[in-house]
Unconditional design. Structure first.
Length: 250
């Protein structure tokens, strides 16, 4: 089968002689139609970070990345019930293997899910990061008319914004914060009401100018009900990092 082989930082070789997996008991093999590139995959590509957790070895010793993908069931292992060859599915693996023609996946509700015929494979491959955003919104308590800030509008932050609308919540404002104009533009496209570029100046001041301020337990704060940190660290952000800024804004 064809497979991507992460050989060293900055280098991926494409192989055409990799051995396809057979399903172990309790597994299915998926014929991959689309595979996502996670942020962790990018870190590994740049400097080798977490390589031991992000690739799966083939019989030839190739190191295959890719842990969020979609395709059709190609083979079913023993002890597997309720699944059949040809079904359209999303798969998630604890390690890699998805950047190949075929990958084995355990059968459980967390790693194998059917997808409707109306959802194409490319969109289905984003299910795992979208689930992250949806779970964050489920855990948050967003009241009607509150202001919400989303730090970092990569795929997870964009998923948060979409999940807020999909769940029928009604915040007064959804403020997206990032350093990439294209991401901020996409955030506005999917439902953010305001965009703040963290390169341009003090993020707290920019957010407070949108929401107004009030006296909080630690002094003046912005009128923010909920903050989602989908960045952790924004390299080119002026002032304190997102978590510190979020504490002040909240």
């Amino acid at each position: 089968m064809h497979a991507a082989d992460f050989t060293r930082p900055g280098s991926i070789a494409f192989r055409d002689d990799a051995t396809a997996p057979d399903p172990a008991p309790g597994e299915v093999v998926i014929a991959v139609r689309a595979c996502g590139i996670c942020g962790s995959d990018l870190h590994m590509f740049r400097d080798g970070s977490y390589r031991d957790k992000l690739v799966r070895a083939t019989a030839e010793g190739y190191s295959v990345p890719g842990h969020e993908f979609a395709g059709t069931i190609d083979a079913v292992g023993t002890d597997v019930e309720g699944w059949r060859v040809g079904e359209r599915v999303v798969g998630v693996t604890a390690m890699g293997g998805g950047m190949a023609d075929k990958v084995a996946v355990p059968v459980n509700p967390f790693q194998l899910v059917r997808i409707p015929d109306a959802v194409d494979f490319e969109l289905a491959a984003t299910t795992e990061p979208l689930a992250d955003g949806l779970q964050m919104v489920r855990k948050a308590t967003i009241g009607e008319g509150e202001n919400v800030v989303v730090f970092g509008v990569g795929i997870i932050g964009l998923g948060v914004i979409q999940a807020i609308h999909a769940r029928g919540l009604a915040p007064a404002r959804i403020i997206a914060v990032d350093v990439h104009a294209a991401r901020l533009g996409k955030a506005l496209e999917v439902g953010a009401t305001h965009a703040v570029n963290a390169r341009d100046g003090d993020v707290f001041a920019a957010v407070a100018a949108i929401t107004g301020t009030e006296e909080g337990y630690a002094g003046v704060s912005a009128r923010i009900g909920v903050v989602f940190d989908c960045a952790g660290y924004i390299k080119h952000m002026q002032g304190p990092p997102p978590l510190e800024t979020a504490t002040k804004a909240r």
